[in-house]
Structures are given as C-alpha cells and as structure tokens.
Design a protein around this ligand. Structure first.
Ligand code: GAR
Length: 204
C-alpha cells in the first residue's frame, strides 16, 4: 500500500501535531508519514516537536509577502516539493484562502475545540464556556471556504461540569482532540471517508 504524505500546518504548541506523529509511529495510523510541518509563527514549540522526530520544520513568515496569495503560494511550493497529499490544520490560526484551499479541497482537515457549527473561529472553548453551555466538545472536519464550516468527519462531546474553569474544560476537550484527530486521519488514509454534500460517509 502507498504511503500518504502528510503536511501539518501549525501556529502554536503543537500537541495535536504530537498526537498525529505518535499515532503514526505506533502504527495506529498505518501507511502515512508526516513529511513537513509548517508554522506561520516563528519559534513555536510545534516546530521543535517536528525536529525532535526528524521531520522538516519550516517557518513561513507572513510578514514577508505583499498579500495572502503570495504567502499561500509559498506554502504550496513546500507542499509540492514534498509531494503532499493530505494537509492537516493542527492549531493553525489563519483562515485558509482559495490559493491554498483549491488544490487541496477534500484533502485538508482541521481540528476545532467546540461542537461546530457552534462557536467557530478563535477560542472555541472560551466562547462555549462564556455562553454557559452544558455540553461542548471538539470537531474534526474537512476545510472549505467558510470559517470552520466544512463537512464534519467526527465530533466528540465533553460535559461542562459545575465547578469547571475554562482551562479545566479546555484540557478535557484537548484530551478528546488527541483521540478524534488521529482517528479521522486514519480513516482518510485508509480511504474510508467520502464526502456527499454536507455529509461525510464513513465506511470502517
Ligand atoms: C487546539 O485546541 C485546536 O483545536 C485549536 O487550537 C489548539 C491548538 O493546540 N484550534 C483552533 O482553535 C482552530 N480554530 P495545539 O497547538 O496544542 O494542537
């Protein structure tokens, strides 16, 4: 079976990146390899994690381009150089534009720390907590043009407890992110996902 070449886009500490790397290394995600990790922020711990696993780690500085198109074209060149088939957004804090999305439509997956379509965008955990919901969670979905609007692959719910702080809630959500993101990647790599309109069919 062919190896699926994966790129991971990050902006921060990279705990979700780590969960993908670990699940590939322990064989839970078979026939896949993270070829490159790209950060839009310099010096992130996610880049460090990549290096620790012998994965190419690249900082692409958005400040050196005239516009988003230029920035995303630079990323596309890196993806092409590594023959990337699947792009994961693991705490990547930018909205992906058409330059990058179009060639990877149906092959770009994001993890979000809330039950979409509620609380899209930044600080999903905080938004849910402030709203006073009793149940929140996390969502893995294909990326499309809107912010966190793409077809949903897996969701997991997390109860909000009476004495929770937002950090306690975010920690429990993160634990589930580290479970469902690798699971979705496994399903993709094994060809078990198909998109039908808004629905993602899983044949596992
Ligand atoms: C994760 O909670 C992820 O769901 C969130 O950023 C965090 C990154 O943590 N993503 C978003 O909010 C995207 N809208 P990590 O760097 O430790 O994986």
């Amino acid at each position: 079976m062919n190896i699926t070449n994966i790129a991971v886009l990050v902006s921060g500490r990279g705990s979700n990146l780590q969960s993908i790397i670990d699940n590939i290394e322990n064989g839970t995600i078979p026939h896949a390899s993270v070829k490159v990790v790209i950060s839009d922020v310099d010096g992130t711990y996610a880049l460090e994690r990549a290096k620790q696993h012998g994965i190419e780690a690249v900082f692409v500085d958005p400040g050196t381009f005239d516009n988003k198109e230029g920035f995303e074209n630079a990323i596309l060149l890196i993806l092409a150089a590594h023959d990337i088939e699947l792009v994961l957004l693991a705490g990547y804090m930018r909205v992906v534009g058409p330059t990058l999305l179009t060639p990877y439509k149906g092959r770009m997956i994001n993890i979000h720390p809330a039950l979409l379509p509620s609380f899209p965008g930044l600080h999903g955990q905080q938004q849910a907590y402030d709203h006073g919901v009793k149940v929140s969670g996390c969502t893995v979905h294909f990326v499309e043009e809107g912010v966190d609007t793409g077809p949903i692959i897996i969701q997991h719910c997390v109860l909000v407890l009476e004495n929770d702080t937002v950090d306690m809630l975010a920690d429990r959500i993160l634990e589930q992110e580290h479970r469902i993101f690798p699971e979705a990647v496994r399903l993709f790599v094994q060809g078990k996902l198909s998109i039908e309109g808004r629905k993602v069919r899983i044949t596992d």
